[in-house]
Design a protein around this ligand. Structure first.
Ligand SMILES: [Zn+2]
Length: 327
């Protein structure tokens, strides 16, 4: 039997506390003193930073390469969360390990917001296998993540009403960039010849990407990041690659590439050479301080690398000419 995805079992183990609402009445910040925000994943950190601007110091808990499904806050993470003025997290049961400390923070009257709190329900995907559980990887659809940016501005306006206009303006400016990125991704993915337009990766973090940019996705492991694929999973993927002459498969920064290698070897035995099209960012972004370490850079990298490796047309340096040159 297929092993449950880590985000599923974490959330199942934590159903009792997942019902917590973020309807805490925030205390207004007042004045112009900088306040502190603690965030979880780098994707959340980036959009909160964009909207808060200079009003707050934003500290993210999860660095490069951290698997948010498995994240457990350390003692120092606990202290940071409880000392913050405001907390933002991704939500949709992504960070199941944080539930106890979020509960504690809320009991102390601390505002804690899931950025996905008010996203249009039409955007949310639910796992076919386990009805009722959302797929948390919503940042892989730029239009959906852009709604979260709007929500961050609303949440900060509740916390700090005197600067509401500033947060709204920051969100609007950033969302215009996201709209352009979304269009770019649609365009470059659409340029891949239809027969080859399938994204083969190690785990199912790309279902939102698939839906938003119209590229079917196949993964070796379904929705888990933890188990090893069975021989049947590998063989059926090999059949697919050979039959459709798919030129490339993709590895992910936070997931072991062993299964993908097995698939490539299987195809090679049948005289179909598949190359590694590149490394995609799925649950974590690139190194801090680099373009790929921003949300826009992460999505630009993924769309550009996929389009180019599968025979589509995309500029080597991506959407804004800022991607690192390929070696
Ligand atoms: Zn994931």
């Amino acid at each position: 039997m297929r092993v449950l995805c880590c985000w599923l079992w974490l959330s199942l183990a934590c159903l009792g506390c997942a019902a917590e609402s973020s309807e805490t009445v925030p205390e207004p910040a007042g004045g112009d003193a900088r306040y502190t925000i603690v965030t979880t994943t780098a994707m959340v950190t980036d959009i909160v930073q964009q909207v808060a601007g200079d009003r707050a110091t934003v500290t993210g808990l999860m660095g490069t390469g951290v698997d948010p499904h498995l994240f457990r806050p350390s003692t120092s993470d606990h202290s940071k969360l409880l000392a913050a003025d405001v907390i933002f997290y991704s939500g949709l049961m992504l960070e199941g390990g944080l539930d106890p400390v979020l509960k504690k923070a809320r009991e102390r009257g601390k505002p804690a917001f899931a950025v996905t709190e008010e996203i249009d329900p039409a955007y949310i995907r639910y796992s076919a296998e386990f009805e009722g559980h959302p797929d948390p990887h919503v940042w892989n659809d730029v239009a959906a993540w852009s709604e979260c940016v709007a929500y961050v501005a609303e949440a900060l306006a509740k916390y700090d009403p005197p600067h509401a206009d500033e947060y709204a303006a920051n969100a609007e400016r950033y969302r215009a960039e996201l709209a352009a990125l979304h269009q770019y991704a649609q365009k470059v993915i659409a340029s891949i010849p239809e027969e080859q337009r399938t994204l083969v990766t190690a785990h199912d973090a790309f279902e939102y990407f698939s839906r938003a940019y119209h590229i079917p996705v196949k993964s070796v492991l379904g929705i888990t990041t933890e188990s090893e694929a069975g021989v049947e999973d590998i063989n059926s993927l090999v059949d697919f690659l050979v039959e459709h002459k798919i030129p490339a498969v993709f590895i992910e920064t936070s997931v072991n590439s062993r299964n993908i290698e097995a698939v490539m070897e299987g195809a090679a035995k049948r005289d179909w050479q598949v190359k590694i099209g590149g490394t995609l960012f799925s649950d974590a972004m690139g190194a801090p301080g680099t373009y790929e370490g921003t949300y826009i850079g992460m999505l630009d990298h993924n769309a550009t690398v996929v389009a180019r490796a599968l025979g589509g047309e995309a500029p080597e340096r991506g959407f804004q000419g800022k991607l690192a040159a390929t070696p």
